[in-house]
Design a protein around this ligand. Structure first.
Ligand code: UD1
Length: 431
């Protein structure tokens, strides 16, 4: 079983290239089946979730050529099946984007019902509400969610809660519906805008993405395109928090600084210096003492829930008391017990973590409970005294491309090990 082993205590220094946004790419891959023409997608991150989505597309009959690690050519004219197996949904919830994509194009789709996950119960009622409003009949039963429509007709849809997934799924179906759809209280995340831009490059007529009212005028068909996915704001933020926790000096490159504003604002509050360039952000924490602060996760442009564990890891090293309030998912503090094994002092009361900063973490063996919390534990390990081993790194590999290589490029002592022998070798090397 693969693990990350690291010896902490070295400030991270240097520049790190940021890959394409996993969450944008997942939806864009699904949307690529909405035309019979060939679609080329560039800047795909080479991570597990993307490979699972590509597997799901191939499974329903799409023809996919991987031109290189980051570019795929998709032709969906050969699609035969409109049913997405549990095998895929169980690995990535985002396979449910195929529901909106296939329903839009074929007016029929069936996807295994996603269950809950490590961070909460994750309902899909708003997706269903949207499809029904467009005229689809949606049935849930026997572990499946099926949607059928004779025709999809544009509608006015109010989302009771801001949901990235529901906004994107409805957007895809509405792109090929008859007439006008208005989605109110839509999610404004950068990847919602990226999916809208992608669909528009295929001939869709979507306006207002990035605001809370999105207007879609349905078109009859979509055509092929060549499109490059936006940079991953969560990957970038993870390296920025790693810079802060290790008192380093790191520049994240190939990013859109605007997408990182909530992260930069919080790093400034914790005492880091930030320098923004056109497509890079530098975090300087070499001389700064970390100061405590308060943070609440919110939909974009608020502080992202996907950055909450990484922020907590930094605040647990700040001098004084901080609070982190999780307002999106109900069960996103599972990693706190692991962090406590490294010396953190954090008390969780309902959805608030009350953090009393400690001077340093101490290396320990910990387990990644999910993707982002796993990355946060690696950050803690890089800041810790001694050796840390992180188990269950398959979670981290879902969303971080070449994570350990990129960290090594910043001077970290980290290796992926796959056996007791390799673990011993690492310990000898760093001792
Ligand atoms: C996406 C991201 C995930 C991120 C999350 C919030 C992808 C693949 N995943 O997940 O990394 O953490 O946004 O930024 O892009 N909700 C409902 N009913 C629904 C749908 C959602 O009540 O039908 C609730 C959820 O339980 C949650 C909130 O809405 O409390 C936001 O969830 P949502 O934005 O939908 O998250 P995802 O799209 O699943």
């Amino acid at each position: 079983m693969e693990q990350y082993m690291m010896r902490g205590g070295k400030p991270l220094m240097g520049s790190v290239p940021i890959s394409g946004a996993k969450n944008a790419a997942l939806a864009i891959l699904a949307a690529a089946v909405m035309t019979d023409d060939t679609v080329i997608i560039e800047n795909l991150p080479d991570v597990r979730d993307i490979n699972v989505m590509i597997g799901a597309l191939e499974d329903i009959g799409a023809n996919i050529v991987r031109e290189d690690k980051h570019v795929v050519r998709i032709n969906a004219s050969s699609i035969k099946g409109l049913s997405v197996d549990y095998e895929y949904i169980k690995k990535i919830r985002a396979s449910y984007y195929l529901l909106g994509a296939l329903l839009g194009k074929y007016k029929k789709a069936e996807v295994a019902l996603p269950g809950g996950c490590a961070i909460g119960s994750r309902p899909i009622d708003l997706h269903i509400k949207g499809f029904k409003a467009l005229g689809a009949q949606v049935d849930v039963g026997y572990g499946l969610i099926s949607a059928n429509a004779k025709r999809l007709v544009g509608s006015h849809i109010y989302l009771d809660k801001v949901s990235v997934g529901a906004t994107i799924n409805i957007l895809m179906a509405a792109a090929l519906a008859e007439g006008k759809t208005v989605i109110e209280n839509a999610a404004k995340e950068p990847h919602v805008v990226d999916v809208a831009n992608f669909l528009n490059s295929m001939g869709a007529n979507i306006r207002g993405a990035g605001t809370d009212v999105i207007r879609v005028v349905g078109v009859e068909k979509l055509h092929g395109t060549e499109y490059s996915v936006i940079p991953d704001q969560i990957e970038a933020g993870t390296f920025m928090f790693a810079a802060a926790a290790t008192h380093g000096d790191v520049t994240v490159c190939n990013v859109i600084p605007k997408h990182l504003e909530a992260t930069t604002a919080k790093l400034l509050e914790t005492g880091c210096e930030i320098v923004e360039y056109d497509d890079a952000v530098r975090v300087i924490a070499t001389n700064s003492k970390l100061t405590p602060t308060q943070v609440t996760t919110l939909p974009y442009p608020g502080f992202p829930t996907d950055m909450q564990p990484q922020m907590t890891v930094v605040l647990a090293l700040a001098e004084g008391t901080s609070t982190v309030t999780e307002s999106i998912f109900e069960n996103r503090f599972k990693y706190v017990d692991e962090l406590a094994r490294m010396g953190a002092q954090i008390k969780v009361e309902s959805n608030i973590a009350i953090i009393s900063g400690v001077e340093k973490y101490t290396g320990a063996r910990v387990s990644a409970p999910d993707l982002r919390a796993g990355a946060a534990l690696v950050i803690a390990g890089l800041a810790a005294d001694g050796i840390t081993t992180v188990d269950d790194i398959h979670y981290i590999q879902r969303g971080y491309e070449d994570f350990e290589e990129k960290l090594r490029g910043l001077g970290a002592s980290i290796e992926k090990v796959d056996s007791e022998r390799e673990a011993q070798k690492f310990i000898l090397k760093v001792s």
